[in-house]
Design a binder for this molecule. Structure first.
Ligand SMILES: [Zn+2]
Ligand SMILES: [Zn+2]
Length: 188
């Protein structure tokens, strides 16, 4: 049996974002959640869209059970960006709801997009730079390189410039159905 990651031991299990602690989207925090008004030890620090001010203010449990979406209309990614405006696979409405309304996303330098494959949303793994890319299957490097659209002349330089913390950053995803690595980077 696969070993559980640290997020699975401490947090609700997010189907499309299996380890939000290691990806950096959820951090240990003593701050009270604006949805449940409790301090539960962890806080979400990724992107959130709402007419309410919710930056760094929601606990993982209120994302998971839909409370944050119900109370504040919180969206964690723009529905149109799931599948990149139709460029990647379309996904069923139930998947769309789960990804947009009940799954922590991440912070991109440009508008976040969610990779889809095999008719499903992929798992978000982590933001990565050129250093981190070395630790993944080489097919991820290839996927990010191809998606960037840079010509052969500029590509190596661009890939070297990817940085997890200062951008442009690449965003690693893995298909839940076939295991294909994919994603995109901050090219525009
Ligand atoms: Zn909460
Ligand atoms: Zn797939």
């Amino acid at each position: 049996m696969r070993r559980k990651n640290v997020s699975e031991l401490l947090l609700p299990t997010f189907k499309y974002h299996p380890d939000p602690i290691s990806s950096g989207s959820i951090v240990a925090s003593g701050v009270k959640c604006k949805a449940c008004n409790q301090s539960r030890g962890f806080m979400y620090i990724g992107a959130v869209y709402s007419s309410h001010e919710l930056d760094d203010a929601l606990c993982p449990w209120c994302i998971f059970d839909g409370t944050a979406h119900r109370l504040f209309g919180a969206e964690f990614i723009d529905p149109k960006a799931v599948g990149d405006y139709g460029r990647w696979d379309a996904v069923p409405g139930s998947v769309m709801d789960e990804v947009c309304f009940r799954t922590p996303s991440f912070n991109g330098w440009q508008q976040e997009r969610w990779f889809t494959h095999c008719g499903d949303a992929a798992e978000f793994i982590a933001p990565v730079g050129s250093a981190e890319l070395q630790n993944f299957d080489s097919s991820l490097y290839k996927a990010i390189a191809e998606e960037s659209g840079f010509s052969t002349d500029e590509l190596a330089q661009y890939m070297k410039s990817l940085d997890r913390d200062s951008g442009p950053t690449a965003y690693a995803f893995c298909c839940r159905v076939c295991g294909t690595w994919g994603g995109y980077s901050d090219t525009h």
